[in-house]
Design a protein around this ligand. Structure first.
Ligand SMILES: Cc1cc2nc3c(=O)[nH]c(=O)nc-3n(C[C@H](O)[C@H](O)[C@H](O)COP(=O)(O)OP(=O)(O)OC[C@H]3O[C@@H](n4cnc5c(N)ncnc54)[C@H](O)[C@@H]3O)c2cc1C
Length: 241
């Protein structure tokens, strides 16, 4: 990430939320942003924009444009993430700790060893990042249920599963941080990927505002994010969608 950002650093504004886009009389677009650190609101004028926010954000950002898109057709699944600090990792069945660790017949998709890129061969503590898809109900219901759960209730869900994978792990846990991604991943629902609605959402606005988010592929993977980004960049360079 550092290597990618390096040559562009003078052009990157972090902690900055875009909250409005407006067409201007001269054909450009007025972008209004808010910097959360400095608390400053700023206007920018752009000839071309690549908008790479998810569509439920675009729905709010593009109120001043007539798009006729059914944003409700975009279905996002919620996820729970837990970052777990442990001072030892009790043994488990199967192979030893590796980058991505998945157990059979458990609700989660396992955990990642978050220190996998550290060069030290042995460490006193480890941080494992555990991933739980909240897919037992419709996304809206699962989201509501997730937001109403408190810290202790999440512990009651996560720790018993970790105990199945690594019996005795509870006493090794020093800290757990939970985070709910309410709209974590686009779900490729029926009649979505090849729909006219999705094709419209991918189409630029007057060859000025272009779109690049993985949800436009209908599949939430990094490769699709790259594909959408490259596609939008090509459209800008060619001057058309
Ligand atoms: C729990 C979880 C695990 C995942 N694991 C994997 C995995 O192992 N492999 C994989 O390929 N994919 C994984 N994914 C999917 C992953 O999210 C995507 O592959 C990738 O992040 C999509 O990139 P993106 O650029 O399309 O969108 P995002 O990563 O969603 O980027 C959108 C960006 O827009 C910013 N933004 C939104 N609104 C505004 C605004 N108003 N103003 C300014 N900025 C804004 C957001 O802050 C965000 O940085 C996972 C997703 C989740 C939730």
């Amino acid at each position: 990430m550092k290597q990618l950002a390096g040559p562009l650093k003078d052009h990157i504004k972090t902690s900055t939320l875009c909250y409005d886009l407006k067409p201007m009389a001269n054909g450009n677009t007025l972008i209004t942003t808010f910097n959360a650190n400095t608390q400053v609101t700023e206007n920018l004028e752009a000839e071309k924009i690549i908008l790479c926010a998810p569509q439920f954000v675009n729905d709010r950002l593009l109120k001043n444009f007539d798009r006729n898109i059914d944003y409700k057709a975009f279905s996002y699944s919620p996820w729970l993430i837990a970052n777990i600090t442990i001072n030892e990792l009790p043994e488990s069945k199967g192979i030893n700790l590796c980058w991505d660790n998945v157990a059979y017949n458990t609700p989660s998709v396992g955990y990642v060893n978050s220190a996998q890129q550290h060069l030290k061969l042995s460490e006193d503590k480890k941080v494992i990042t555990y991933y739980l898809p909240l897919c037992d109900f419709e996304p809206a219901i699962a989201r509501l249920a997730a937001y109403s759960r408190n810290y202790e209730q999440w512990l009651d869900i996560v720790i018993p599963e970790l105990e199945i994978i690594h019996p005795g792990i509870t006493k090794a846990i020093e800290n757990i941080d939970f985070w709910v991604w309410g709209h974590g991943m686009i779900a490729p629902a029926k009649d979505f990927i090849w729909s006219e609605n999705l094709a419209k959402a991918k189409t630029s606005i007057d060859d000025k505002i272009f779109f690049a988010h993985s949800d436009l592929s209908g599949v939430s993977i990094f490769e699709e994010a790259f594909h959408q980004g490259i596609n939008a960049a090509k459209q800008v360079l060619n001057g058309r969608s």
